[in-house]
Structures are given as structure tokens and as C-alpha cells.
Design a protein around this ligand. Sequence first.
Ligand code: PAF
Length: 282
Amino acid sequence: MQVIESPQEMQNWSRAQSRAGFRIGLVPTMGFLHEGHLSLVRKARELCDAVVVSIFVNPIQFGEGEDYDRYPRDLSRDLGLLQKEGVDAVFTPTVKSMYPEKEQTTVEPVAGMENKMCGRNRPGHFRGVTTVVSKLFNICLPDVAFFGQKDAQQALIIEKMVRDLNFPVRIVKGEIIREPDGLAMSSRNVYLSPEDREKATVLYRSLLMARDLINRGEREPSRVREAMLEMIKQVNGAQVDYVEIYNAFDLSELEEIRGQVLLALAVRFGTTRLIDNLLVEV
Ligand code: PAF
């Protein structure tokens, strides 16, 4: 497994793979890997000849006062895990090599998908994501790129960007990987105290309850939303950032629950913000 720091060397490596006729799969990550990431790596291994994982905590997708400095990092552990998965190359650029100039061209996501859910309280977050993902595509030259469904809004925004800007990359989404009690795996789960870790199961429980309501015939988005809010409110210390229900393909508003629907939420426990979602087909 090659560990490559320089964007130029990474691009040369990928060009050589393409010239050899290999199909390149890219799994972009911010490191501190868990089973969710590894399931994407395994999917990439299945579908591609050469697998690249990028590990880069991207400063421009964090807002002021967010957790950029304390975001968990453990490169040697990550490299050990990726070696075991048979990854071919790991791209670990420095901030200086990704953003060498003070003024930086950025990629702007469409407003209608960006300014809701995680975008509402994290202005500029998705611009940071689309910008770094564009750079990673241009550096790693993947044929296929893999993103987790846990970041549903991110995956939809990236799919739209790929369509709109004609990136020659196929996007594959991987299902949410959960702990045995239902909590979605996330690098940020390590921030939780044992009490909050227990309370955090309310995210998935509220999603399952909402799905149940829908399956029993509820079609009014506001009533499903209210029921979720009510359930989360019962948990001491849980602060809702958002609970939202949208069309799962383009995040448009729904007058009634019909078709493929995305139930999504973000909840804070102290300074830790967790997100989760569920797709429901009606
Ligand atoms: O989902 C993530 O870990 C990040 O947002 C990504 C896609 C690697 C871009 O920094």
C-alpha cells in the first residue's frame, strides 16, 4: 500500500493506473476510520481494480467555533486498517498542499439543496465539501467514488455537482452502518460521554417511530415531524438542530408523504452534534 502526500505524485500514480487499464475507486474520508468507512472501502474493492482512500480533515468545511482543531485523528491506526482491507494507495495531503494560496477558487452548490438541513446552521459547509471533493476528483482521477448515505445531503449535493459539472465519475452510495443499539457510526461518536452515548440512541429510535407512523398511514409531514420532536424532547440534554422531511431525490419540500422520502435529523448533546436519516418508500 502506497502512502502519498503530494497532490502531484497522487495524480501521477492515478494516471499510471488508468494507463494500465485499471478502474480507480476513491473513498474520500477525513480519517479516524470506522466500519462505515471500511464498508465503503470493501465496496470499492469489489467494483474497482485500484482503490484509493483519501484522508484529509478539510479545514474549509468547518465553520468558526466548530470542531476542526479537535476533530479526532489517528493516521497510524487508519493506515493499519486500510492495509488489512487491501487498499492500493492512501492520499494524505497537508493543508498547505491542498490550499497553497490565500485566495482559493471554490465550487458553489445549488442553493436549494445547500441552505437546508445541515447547511442552515453550518453556512459555507457544503461549499467546503464540494470544493474539496472536486479537488480530490481532479487529483485522484477516480472512475467511481464512494460516499456514505449517513451524510445524505452531502451525497445528493455531490451527485448533483457531478451531473452539473460533467465530472467523469460514477457516484456509489453505501448504506448507514450502525452500532448494535442503532446509533449510526460516526467519527464524532468518540466525543460522547457514556450518558450521552446512551441518550444518543434517540436519533434512530425517533426515525423508526416515524417510519412506523408512515407505515400506519400518516401522510402529513408536519405531524410526523412533531412526533419525532416530541420523542426527542423527552431525552434530557438533547437539543434539536433540525428534524426535516424531504423528497429523497432532490430535497424538495413535500406537501404529503409520497414516493421516496428522506427523514433526517441533527441533534446536539453538549458540544457534540450527531446526524442520522432514514429513507422511507410510500
Ligand atoms: O464525509 C466526509 O468525511 C467529508 O465531508 C468528505 C466527503 C471526505 C470531504 O471532506
